[in-house]
Ligand binder design. Structure first.
Ligand code: UTP
Length: 410
């Protein structure tokens, strides 16, 4: 992009201030800034300015979606397992680790996966995740391609760390990294913040863009060449989760669903997890803050709470379905954040309070764009130990306790 083109574009969207320090920059910095401008999704910012408070909220009619529960899973385990193992042996399954987040709540400067949760030795989050996947590799005797999504902010350090640790025993031939896109951060009026004189303030664009980023970076082409038909996408921070779980896979295939979602029984009716449901007859997830008292009190045919299963960010998607999903528009979510910025005198300010917006798309919104989804219940204490904070709920402490209960040495 040339400077004149950038000027025109920025004028159209009222973002001329971005070129304010342009003449002070070196040739290299100028080029980098123009490249960054060219990569900004301006229509997205406009979309937010016009209608931000409503996007991402559910508007349709919410009805229950029955989950496949532990009892049925136990009774049909051998059948499901056989189907799942066959798909893995035939190379039809890939795993996608979402590791592009900033892990702000954990408060570590390094990528979340590099955090050690060990007590007497180092036990890294990445190590736990990879060990869990290796269990399936060992069990089935088949390697599963592991795609790892990083962001521009943490890609280099993540790759270096995993290489140094020899990928915790995973064969690097079966690991493919790809980088997600960045979204600019703005003030409350939609003006993009500058982080340096030649750099816009931008952060990873949420975990909902993983499949389009996979496509853009060529990782999808690799998956297709290898004949991968199913992708199990999962968060970096649940150290107990089972990945490419043959029983989950087999159950989703047997149910003829294009998507599967691992779910846990809620600990309390008002627990802060997204709950699986139908919205206007299509699978969907209703966030805890959208769950009305009426929905909380609703009962199913067995007298059990009708909206009782929370998602744990472990989904199985059929690749063909993913292609249809990404051709539709994902809702945008707005998060208020503390965004470091250059003030009028060009000094960097690190605010103590939120001072603007960051935008993201979320993987959970993909569920509503899918045709069918099997909610698949897993035992909470065996498969759900998310690490969001240092202490308290969903923390390093709670995960350490659960790992010990499950016989993992720390
Ligand atoms: P979270 O929503 O918990 O975000 O991510 P986070 O960035 O890890 O943590 P906080 O909110 O800043 O404390 C859920 C999963 O989605 C991934 C994360 O790495 C995690 O596996 N993620 C999130 C991405 O890959 N990219 C993103 O832009 C955001």
């Amino acid at each position: 992009m040339k400077k004149e083109e950038a000027e025109q574009l920025l004028k159209k969207y009222g973002q001329e201030h971005i070129l304010r320090y342009y003449e002070e920059l070196s040739a290299e910095q100028k080029e980098a800034l123009l490249k960054q401008i060219a990569g900004i999704d301006f229509p997205m910012i406009e979309r937010i300015q016009q209608n931000h408070s409503k996007e991402g909220l559910h508007k349709g009619k919410i009805t229950p979606l029955a989950a496949m529960q532990l009892k049925e899973i136990e009774a049909r385990k051998a059948e499901f397992r056989q189907i799942g193992v066959k798909a893995i042996e035939e190379g039809k399954v890939g795993a996608v680790l979402l590791a592009g987040g900033m892990g702000t709540r954990l408060g570590s400067d390094e990528p979340k996966g590099m955090y050690s949760i060990g007590l007497t030795k180092e036990v890294y989050i990445f190590e736990r995740i990879i060990r869990n996947l290796l269990d399936v590799v060992e069990d089935t005797g088949s390697w599963i391609r592991l795609f790892i999504m990083t962001s521009e902010k943490n890609n280099e350090i993540t790759q270096k760390f995993l290489k140094e640790k020899q990928y915790f025993g995973y064969d690097p031939f079966y690991i493919t990294f790809f980088i997600q896109e960045m979204a600019p951060a703005t003030d409350y009026n939609g003006k993009i913040y500058m982080e340096e004189k030649g750099k816009l303030s931008a952060s990873p664009n949420g975990n909902g863009g993983w499949f389009s980023s996979m496509d853009r970076c060529g990782a999808l082409a690799i998956a297709e060449q290898e004949g991968i038909e199913w992708l199990n996408v999962f968060a970096v921070d649940n150290v107990l989760q089972r990945i490419a779980d043959p029983v989950f896979l087999g159950a989703t295939i047997a149910a003829r669903c294009t998507v599967g979602a691992k779910v846990v029984r809620k600990a309390a009716p008002d627990e802060k997890v997204g709950v699986i449901c139908l919205e206007d007859g299509k699978p969907s997830i209703v966030e805890y803050y959208e769950l009305t008292q009426e929905l909380m009190d609703a009962k199913d045919a067995d007298g059990e709470p009708a909206y009782n299963f929370g998602v744990i960010l472990n989904y199985l998607f059929c690749v063909e379905e993913l292609k249809r999903i990404v051709s539709k528009q994902m809702p945008l979510h707005i998060v208020e954040k503390k965004i470091p910025y250059l003030d009028d005198s060009g000094n960097l300010v690190k605010p103590e309070q939120p001072n603007g917006y960051k935008f993201e798309t979320l993987v959970l919104d993909m569920i509503h764009l899918a045709d069918s989804c099997l909610p698949f219940e897993v035992v909470r204490n065996k498969e759900f130990a998310p690490i969001k904070n240092r202490t308290g709920i969903d923390s390093v402490e709670s995960a350490q306790k659960l790992l010990k209960e499950n016989g993992v040495e720390l």
